[in-house]
Design a protein. Sequence first.
Length: 317
Amino acid sequence: MRGQTRDQDPTVVYLAGWGRSGSTLLERLLGELPGVTLLGEVVHLWERGLHEDQLCACGAAFSACPFWTAVGARAFGGWQAVDLDRLAYLRERVDRQRRMPRTARRRPDPGTRAEVEQYAGHFRAVYAAAQQVGGARVLVDSSKEIPTALTLSHRDDLDLRVLHVVRDARGVAYSWAKTVARPEAGGEPMPRFSPARSTGLWLSGNLTVQALAWRGVPLTRMRYEDLVADPAAALAEAWRALDLPGSPELPVRGGGAAGPPEVDLGPCHSVAGNPMRFRTGPTELRADEEWRAAMAPGDRRLVTAMAWPLLRRFGYR
């Protein structure tokens, strides 16, 4: 039922793509729109929230966060009722790239259908509860994982719409080579990837998103570079393309001759993701273009050669 919100079905904007492409910035900007609640990377909620009790973006441990405590109570009668072992088993069965030949089918076999329904049902319960607790018309899940989105696409009681965010593969590869600490994990560094490995994953993440279109999920694309250059226009265009309810009025200052656009970021309850989810207050939006001057020439040539067909498709020179 595209173009309308269904009264009993949570409306979820799922951010898809590959990491270090600006999805956390996009998520935070979406969170400044009226009627929107951010959830962070829900695919990691079960491990990082329930099992490891890492920090919510509000600064509290997951178990102490009033928002997530209320969500767990509404969704499952308390998080202790979630069978994490069963959920991990189901994830291995349906939420892996190697399972996509089965989960991308329009009519999967009965066994796959049953496992997908059960696995995605946990997400649907979280979304419905979060919508009630936060009072939002639209929820944002920044999980990015395409296999996860495919499982969600099988739920008839979920209004799923996908926003595919992309960034120049060379900037992505340069970013993945950096050391970035995770505040929610005691400063433990995020994973690092070589330029070749990062670009392989960039290609995979940005190609497999088409499986969602095959499944009939509303899908549109946004470039990180366009978002940073004119965030209000980029969000408005994506909002219209996904036919979302309400008006996407981003409270942004500056831009153009007045200097970089600036947005006041409020607190949120993003459950997992890039450290930027912890940032609040006035934030200037500047494109991270350090790679253009600092990336090793050999790495740049390698990434360009590997990613060239998709770079051209996405409008990169």
